[in-house]
Ligand binder design. Structure first.
Ligand code: PMP
Length: 421
């Protein structure tokens, strides 16, 4: 039996419609921006394997550090114990994060980093005897698949089966010149009930790579600070260079109270989640009263091997050569965007850092489930490129080590698809 058949017999894949599930492609090896299947076919990973991979597959430097850690200390309970790798990682990250971030709380994926942030905010108010339970989020937001993360995400086909069970969230439009004053007064009206405002800075990835400006987000954050509303920046997707700066929040003048990280944190090597916060948040939990404790700890919290991958990835991220690669991808994407922007099938093309996205003109049927999405996906798979359109939105989001030749090949295939599909 082939690997794909054995897989279908025993595995339930995420985001896969069961009856019409396509046969999964067995991948046996990775190198740089490429993945290789069991039958020897090469695929350029133009989506960085669900946006996690920043330094290429099977990165030798990260692999070496992980192997050393694995043979030194693979895991230790992180309640009542600590280990050098977790401490060093927290020290190094806090040194490059916005200056108000003072404490690190580890978990093990993006959704759990969000859960921790939400619980920190709810309990922050509770611990002070001033409970607040309402949250503010952007329409179409996506913050993960666990219940709290789903609740602060926009209601959609992803949440439909659970909508009645999700807690109360006030959804607002993305800020711009026309609505900023209205949004601010909405926040002022709700302020005494609001536990927090959670947002994806600059880009709503899952919503379709929707991009919005730092200027009005800054104004919104400033208003939240004035009104005493805690803010959570979800940098799970945007962190570690994706937007052209180390963090998307580096484009802002205001600093969030809490930040969430995962995906690129370990360079895409393994699962790790991180929630950082200000001293003020931390101090609200500092007490002799046991009930003020943040009772949240996953078995694999601060796993030493994952922390060692994150440290190694950070070494590479902070190298000058990596920032040069990010600049190179930005420039190449922008030239490509200029080249195709007038094509009749290209509706709007947008770019932030290493992400370029455009809407494929298909009239009004822009659903995530549009049939065009599946045709495009298969077209690029056949061409040896992994691109996963979000409905009719096609985006390129490569590892930073992707070569110019690989980028050129992706651009050429997209241009060809614009003519052929
Ligand atoms: N927040 C954002 C902005 C994300 O894009 C994602 C994942 N796509 C998550 C949270 C959830 O992360 P994870 O898949 O690791 O749970």
């Amino acid at each position: 039996m082939s690997l794909a058949d054995r897989d279908l017999a025993v595995i339930w894949h995420p985001y896969t419609q069961m009856k019409t599930a396509a046969r999964p492609i067995p991948i046996v090896r990775g190198e740089g921006a490429c993945l290789y299947s069991e039958d020897g076919k090469k695929y350029i990973d133009a989506v960085s394997s669900w946006w996690v991979n920043i330094h290429g597959h099977a990165n030798k430097y990260i692999g070496q550090k992980v192997a050393e850690q694995l043979l030194t200390l693979e895991h230790v309970i992180f309640a009542g114990f600590t280990h050098p790798t977790a401490v060093k990682l927290a020290e190094r990250l806090l040194a490059v994060l916005p200056s108000n971030q003072r404490k690190s709380f580890y978990s093990d994926n993006g959704s759990t980093a969000i859960e921790v942030a939400i619980k920190m905010c709810l309990q922050y108010w509770n611990n002070q005897g001033k409970p607040r339970t309402k949250m503010l989020a952007f329409k179409n937001a996506y913050h993960g698949d666990t219940f709290g993360a789903m609740a602060v995400s926009g209601r959609s086909a992803f949440t439909a089966a659970f909508d009645s069970l999700l807690f109360e969230v006030e959804f607002i439009d993305l800020p711009d010149a026309s609505n900023i004053e209205d949004l601010k007064s909405q926040i002022s009206d709700l302020k005494s009930e609001l536990a927090c405002f959670i947002f994806e800075p600059l880009i709503q990835g899952t919503a379709g790579m929707i991009m919005y400006g730092a200027e009005y987000l800054d104004e919104l954050l400033e208003h939240c600070i004035t009104e005493g509303v805690l803010t959570i920046a979800d940098e799970v997707f945007t962190g570690f260079g994706r937007t052209g700066k180390l963090f998307a929040c580096d484009y802002l003048t205001q600093q969030p109270d809490i930040m969430c990280f995962s995906k690129g944190l370990t360079g895409g090597t393994m699962a790790l989640g991180l929630t950082t916060c200000t001293q003020q948040i931390y101090d609200a939990f500092l007490s002799d009263d046991k009930l003020k404790t943040l009772f949240h700890g996953h078995s694999y919290t601060a796993n030493p091997v994952a922390c060692s991958a994150a440290l190694a990835s950070l070494d590479i991220t902070l190298q000058h050569a990596t920032m040069q690669n990010i600049r190179r991808i930005e420039a190449r994407h922008s030239a490509f965007a200029d080249k195709i922007k007038a094509h009749p099938k290209v509706r709007t093309i947008r770019q932030t850092g290493t992400i370029v996205a455009f809407e494929w003109e298909i009239g009004d049927n822009t659903s995530y489930f549009s049939s065009l999405r599946d045709r495009l996906y298969q077209y690029f798979i056949d061409a040896g490129i992994i691109l996963r359109p979000l409905g009719n939105i096609l985006y390129i989001l490569p590892p930073y080590c992707i070569t110019d030749d690989e980028l050129n090949y992706i651009y050429a295939k997209i241009e060809q698809a614009l003519e052929e599909i």
